[in-house]
Ligand binder design. Structure first.
Ligand SMILES: Nc1ncnc2c1ncn2[C@@H]1O[C@H](COP(=O)(O)OP(=O)(O)OP(=O)(O)O)[C@@H](O)[C@H]1O
Ligand SMILES: [Mg+2]
Length: 242
């Protein structure tokens, strides 16, 4: 499956008089892992909020595939279409088990995608992928911070999304946990899936990203391989050099 998974076209998001996203256009292809980086407040999370239907833009559109306009669709319709997202703020349910989280994750936008034995099989598969099989019966509140991040990745993976967006998946993780997360993200790459990762950890970005988009003040400052990003003077000046 080749082609464009997400096309962001002339997007502007305004909060009062402040433009968090300013006439932003970018395309993310199926098969790639795209990192979105940039300084605090650059608009990274806001971009994911628009794509996932949480924030309405003032202008511009988001197309899923190169034709389906999702700009004004509801969060649940966008999830049903196959676009899932992990939030920047940790958000596990302390009093539910790990298994229950993955079960909930299989329901994208209030639609049951798996039932009976297929549900059991999917939950087992996802637990294995994110390395939490042995924790399945534990309460999520008892997990380590790293395990909670993997659980959240498992939740968004569970419905088998076409577009998977992760907002800061390694924030607060140890080096070893970060390395495991990089291997996990790479293992999720598929020709019919696009993966979008927002992160500040550049060593992690280097391990996972096929291409990197650098946002600054709601616009694309630079786009290219991590090598080119590191070598770009404007990126060093506004972000990497700080
Ligand atoms: N709901 C909102 N109302 C007002 N301003 C907002 C809102 N959401 C975000 N902003 C502002 O928009 C800008 C972009 O925020 P955003 O969360 O997208 O940044 P970010 O690139 O994800 O930063 P970080 O790396 O710190 O997570 C910031 O200045 C933020 O304060
Ligand atoms: Mg953010």
């Amino acid at each position: 499956m080749a082609g464009v998974a997400l096309l962001v076209d002339g997007l502007t998001v305004q909060f009062g008089s402040f433009r968090a996203i300013n006439d932003l256009s970018l395309a993310i292809d199926y098969g790639e892992v795209r990192a979105v980086i940039g300084p605090n407040g650059a608009g990274k999370t806001t971009l994911l909020d628009v794509i996932s239907g949480i924030t309405r833009p003032k202008d511009g559109r988001v197309l899923f595939g190169d034709t389906l306009d999702i700009t004004r669709q509801s969060e649940s319709a966008i999830a049903r279409a196959g676009i899932r997202r992990k939030f920047q703020k940790p958000s596990v349910f302390e009093g539910l088990t790990v298994r229950q989280h993955i079960e909930i994750g299989t329901e994208a936008g209030f639609r049951r995608k798996y039932e009976g034995p297929a549900l059991e099989a999917r939950v087992a598969e996802v637990l294995e992928i994110v390395g939490l099989t042995e924790q399945a019966a534990r309460m999520a509140g008892e997990l380590s911070h790293g395990q909670k991040q993997w659980l959240e990745i498992g939740m968004v993976l569970a419905s088998d999304p076409r577009v998977l967006m992760l907002d800061e998946p390694v924030a607060g993780l140890t080096d070893e946990e970060t390395a495991r997360t990089a291997a996990l993200v790479r293992s999720l790459k598929r020709p019919d899936r696009a993966i979008v990762v927002v992160e500040h950890d550049m060593d992690f970005v280097e391990l996972i990203a096929d291409r990197v988009t650098v946002l600054h003040e709601g616009r694309t400052l630079f786009e290219g391989s991590m090598d080119k990003v590191r070598a770009d003077e404007s990126v060093v000046e506004v972000y990497l050099g700080r």
